[in-house]
Write a protein that binds this ligand. Structure first.
Ligand code: ATP
Ligand code: MG
Length: 577
């Protein structure tokens, strides 16, 4: 490929709201362009990478014995009503009507479609185990599309669904997929971890997520390599604290805290550390609101709050207006001391995190706007409080199962997710097959997703420098770029560059020849931005010696290779995916 025939589309400037490096580099390198919020065009360079990722995923899925199918992206509402998810999925499901006024949606996932399909095609245990997968564009009307193709509304997913006669079969299929995922992420050249995870809206019990480690990741991963532990921090259970509580040493006092709305402002205004403050949040309960209390420097874990008896699920926080109506104070001034409902004076139930139990002489809201209490102590100043595990784990928390070890919290980007679904969907659709005893048996399912388009962004998060992207060979848009110096001025350079381009392509390499009439510096910058791993520079000077300059994208120094044996030299340098 020559740049004169290619839409390079590199740019210097990106919109001001671009937050993370992969989004910026994908725009700058001419890989993607936004059409609408969270909806993107893929330009030639972007699509070349996307196709590479897709091919690696496809090859490993095929190697694992899975069979490729293709299901429609437009799905009728009936099957979603049958599974109960038409209501449960909420506004992420994009719904519309056809001309006959029938309800449809754009598929955010395909459990409903595959289960109805396979129910009609598979009748006997002899036809399974089987695993069906597809590459399909999904649509999820994300509440906050951001980070480019990392969290967008239309994205390419590989989704797979396994069918077995019993639980043991399902577990076996799950492990086959787990191993295939390891091979996929190894081949993609990514630094990743497989972690225990929550099953969320998909349902089922056992599940693992595959995370690419990167500071921009939206998920927290708790790890301890000594204990061989890795888990999404949402799932990390924390024990009751064994620390002793000191006796009260201060009287309780009310202090003015004008304009204080956040813990940070509170700490600034009173000059105290966040870990001696309490944060109180009101959630809807089955009858009355319930107060959730965590230390000022901790965050509530919603999965844990959901499990507290009497809390309404899905969780709804009271809005600032609802809080004002319920307790007659602003959100930032709520606290557990004398927390009563202003309507009938009844006490509001308080559930506090285990880590607050050993606290004494602490600071919390006074349930009057712009006032806080200091020197607060459990028992002396408060009535009934329940203690429970409510918060997200942080660095230094005990490792579950090995409490003498501490957790380190890393950031991760979820690129894959495997679930043991069990019989949730097969029961909803009556998907059965005849088992070995001739009886009708409900099939056991697993489902397995990979965010193919998200991987492109995740790979950039892990592989870049100040000059641009640094692609692993396995997914580079081109493996070699040829940069001629004076292509339009020197016949020798032009001929040699064309010849090298053709020879390397014949040898099976993907080559981009930058034949633009531009300064070498401009071309070097663009090729570095694009992240092409191997660079050859053709000039009159080196050609006269029968040599060509070679540099890997991450090398400081160039070396010189003999032109004669260039194919062999380059084939040993470029690692095939
Ligand atoms: P997340 O927690 O990131 O929203 P999810 O749990 O909703 O992910 P799954 O339903 O398991 O995701 O989908 C399978 C894979 O699809 C995910 O592992 C992820 O890589 C990818 N994916 C999910 N949502 C998006 C999105 N909005 N944009 C790009 N890729 C996505
Ligand atoms: Mg999601």
């Amino acid at each position: 490929m020559k740049t004169s025939n290619y839409l390079l589309a590199t740019v210097r400037q990106v919109p001001a709201d671009v937050e993370i490096v992969s989004h910026r580099l994908m725009l700058r390198a001419g890989m993607i362009r936004q059409l609408a919020s969270g909806i993107y065009n893929w330009l030639p360079t972007g699509l070349r990478v996307l196709n590479k990722v897709e091919n690696i995923v496809r090859e490993e899925m095929n190697r694992s014995g899975a069979q490729e199918v293709l299901m429609p992206s437009v799905q009728p509402a009936e099957i979603w009503r049958e599974s109960g998810r038409w209501d449960f999925f909420g506004p992420e499901l994009l719904r519309f009507k056809d001309r006959h006024d029938r309800d449809f949606c754009l598929g955010p996932t395909h459990e409903e479609v595959i289960t109805t399909l396979i129910n009609n095609e598979v009748h006997s245990y002899r036809q399974i185990p089987a695993n069906f997968y597809q590459m399909q564009w999904k649509f999820r009307d994300e509440v906050r599309p951001r980070f480019g193709v990392m969290r967008c509304r239309e994205f390419l997913m590989k989704d797979a669904y396994s069918f077995d006669v019993d639980r043991m079969g399902m577990e076996k299929s799950y492990h086959v997929m787990y191993d295939a995922y390891r091979r996929i992420f190894d081949r993609l050249g990514l630094d990743y971890v497989a972690v225990e995870a929550d099953s969320g809206a998909i349902g089922g019990s056992v599940s693992h997520e595959f995370h690419v480690l990167a500071d921009s990741g939206e998920d927290g991963i708790g790890v301890n390599s000594n204990a061989g532990f890795a888990s999404n921090i949402e799932l990390v259970q924390l024990p009751r604290s064994s620390a002793q509580r000191n006796p009260p040493s201060q009287p309780i006092r009310t202090v003015d805290t004008p304009n204080v709305r956040t813990i940070e402002q509170l700490c600034d205004s009173l000059d105290v550390a966040a870990d001696i403050t309490l944060k109180t949040l009101l959630v809807q309960g089955e009858k009355q609101p319930v107060a959730m209390v965590v230390r000022g420097d901790h965050e509530l874990n919603l999965l844990k709050v959901e499990k507290i008896q009497g809390v309404a699920v899905p969780i709804q926080f009271l809005s600032p207006q609802e809080v004002a109506a319920e307790v007659d104070a602003e959100v930032g001034s709520i606290g557990p001391v004398n927390l009563t409902s202003s309507s009938d004076g009844s006490e509001i139930r308080i559930v506090a995190d285990y880590s607050t139990e050993p606290m004494s002489d602490f600071v919390c809201g006074a349930n009057t706007s712009e006032k806080h209490y200091v020197g607060v102590n459990w028992e002396r100043d408060l009535g009934n409080v329940e203690f429970a595990d409510l918060r997200k784990a942080v660095d230094g928390d005990p490792c579950p199962g090995t409490p003498e070890e501490n957790l380190t919290v890393k950031r991760g980007i979820e690129v894959g997710h495997v679930f043991q679904l069990g019989t949730k969907y097969s029961e909803a659709f009556g998907a059965t097959c005849i088992d070995t005893d001739g009886k009708n048996a409900i099939m056991w399912m697993g489902c397995y997703g990979i965010g193919v388009s998200r991987i492109v962004a995740a790979a950039i998060e892990q592989n870049h420098d100040a000059a641009g992207i640094i692609w692993p060979d396995s997914i580079a848009p081109f493996s070699v770029c040829v940069v001629p110096i004076n292509y339009h001025q020197s016949d020798t350079v032009a001929k040699l560059s064309d010849q090298i381009h053709d020879r390397l392509i014949t040898a099976g390499l993907e080559v981009l020849l930058d034949d633009r009439d531009d300064r070498a510096g401009v071309k070097f910058k663009d090729m570095d931005l694009l992240g092409i791993p191997h660079r050859l520079v053709v000039s009159d000077r080196t050609a006269a010696n029968g040599e060509i300059e070679y540099k890997h994208r991450i090398d400081e120094q160039a070396i010189y290779l003999p032109i004669e044996s260039l194919e062999a030299e380059m084939l040993t340098r470029v690692q095939s995916g």
